[in-house]
Design a protein around this ligand. Structure first.
Ligand code: GDP
Length: 367
């Protein structure tokens, strides 16, 4: 029988076949006496956290260990994908520990964004999902914006206890933690083994002071994330890489907009008015007549109406329809993981067609 070797950094069984999975180590490196996986190696030598996703249940089993300990939870979300990056089962697993919510990627928002309103929306959406948080912060892990405020809040709320950083894949957790590690000076041995009783997986432990640590937990995969229904190439086409520039369409009853082949908005009722679209600058948006929309989709899904491209079309779940009646308030219709459309508040009824696992919602306009 083959002997199972465990990583001395994080405790996962070592494997040499899949670089994308937990515990990977090139076979050639197995000869060394001290065995640590590639993720821990990089963290130790280059202060670089590599994200390795685990499946949902592994993650949730791990996270549930937190409710037997005391500490502060720092929960990261992607502000472009609140629903997709919000792990709604989390609060049942983390016990009575205080939580701060950190919305990442604020650098992608237009300068005119009302950040207070965005914070309020995040706080309210979290409360609607049953999560009461101590505070909400908006940061850019890449640019370093807002990090000091989060650090201050961490010190304040953790009250000398440990900190657990949690988040779904792709929220920028590695970028955030790398920044925290690189900002903190004098920590040479950043990783230590940190098992919880009854689990094989360990968290990565980064010492904060003599008595407490910050724990990096693996990124959870959330099936509601648009990102899971597309290839890497498709994902590039929907992910904003710099400040998004809105595109304004003047539309009226009987018109349709396609957002690649991933979402469709039909104007069912309403006078001509502006629809301000906030999406990745490279995402192609197509306008057509509502009466031609079905046929256009049939003919052009996967080419003109892409992403998803032809080779990843089969990943796309069936579409579902949500109707929104807007009248009075300036409102955003949000497509998680893609972007949003701002309506002026003039009376209008729109139908949104999106993959059924990616629910559209509305909020008070943030711009
Ligand atoms: P993880 O899966 O949560 O560990 O996420 P990563 O740190 O690997 O980041 C996922 C993607 O989001 C990468 O393409 C990052 O470059 C990007 N990203 C992370 N933080 C930010 C940010 O503050 N702003 C922007 N624009 N992109 C970010």
């Amino acid at each position: 029988m083959e002997r199972v070797i465990y990583c001395q950094g994080c405790g996962v069984p070592i494997q040499t076949s899949d670089p994308k999975e937990a515990g990977y180590l090139p076979a050639s490196a197995l000869k060394n006496d001290t065995v640590i996986c590639q993720r821990c190696f990089r963290l130790k030598h280059y202060n670089e956290v590599q994200d390795v996703p685990y499946d949902d249940q592994d993650f949730l089993d791990m996270i549930s260990q937190i409710n037997q300990t005391q500490g502060l939870i720092v929960k990261l979300i992607d502000i472009f994908d609140f629903n997709g990056s919000f792990i709604s089962s989390l609060h049942r697993l983390t016990g009575k520990n205080p939580i701060i919510l950190v919305g990442n990627k604020v650098d992608l928002l237009p300068k005119s964004t009302n950040l207070n309103r965005l914070k309020q929306w995040i706080k309210k959406s979290a409360a609607d999902l049953g999560l009461v948080v101590q505070d909400v912060f908006l940061i850019s892990a890449v640019k370093g914006k807002g990090i000091d405020e989060v650090k201050e809040a961490m010190e304040y709320y953790r009250k000398t206890q440990d900190v657990y950083v949690v988040g779904s894949t792709n929220v920028g957790k590695s970028t955030f933690i790398n920044r925290l590690i690189n900002d903190s000076t004098g920590t040479k041995e950043v990783i230590t083994t940190s098992y919880f009783p009854g689990t094989t997986l360990g968290f990565i432990e980064i010492p904060l002071d003599k008595h407490s640590s910050l724990y990096d937990t693996p990124g959870v995969i959330n099936r509601g994330q648009m990102a899971h229904y597309m290839s890497d190439k498709d994902l590039k086409a929907i992910t904003p890489t710099k400040e998004i520039k809105p595109i304004i369409y003047q539309l009226q009853e009987g018109q349709t907009l396609f957002f690649g082949g991933l979402a469709r908005m039909d104007i069912i009722k309403g006078e001509k008015q502006p629809f301000v679209c906030y999406f990745a600058n490279q995402l192609s948006i197509h306008r057509t007549k509502l009466e031609n929309a079905d046929a256009l989709y049939e003919t052009h899904q996967g080419d003109m109406l892409a992403p998803p491209n032809k080779d990843s079309l089969h990943l796309l779940p069936n579409f579902t329809t949500n109707t929104f009646k807007i009248d009075g308030d300036k409102t955003d219709i949000v497509i998680p993981g893609l972007g949003w459309i701002t309506l002026s508040g003039q009376a209008v009824t729109v139908e949104m067609h999106t993959p059924q696992t990616v629910a559209t919602s509305k909020r008070n306009a943030i711009i």
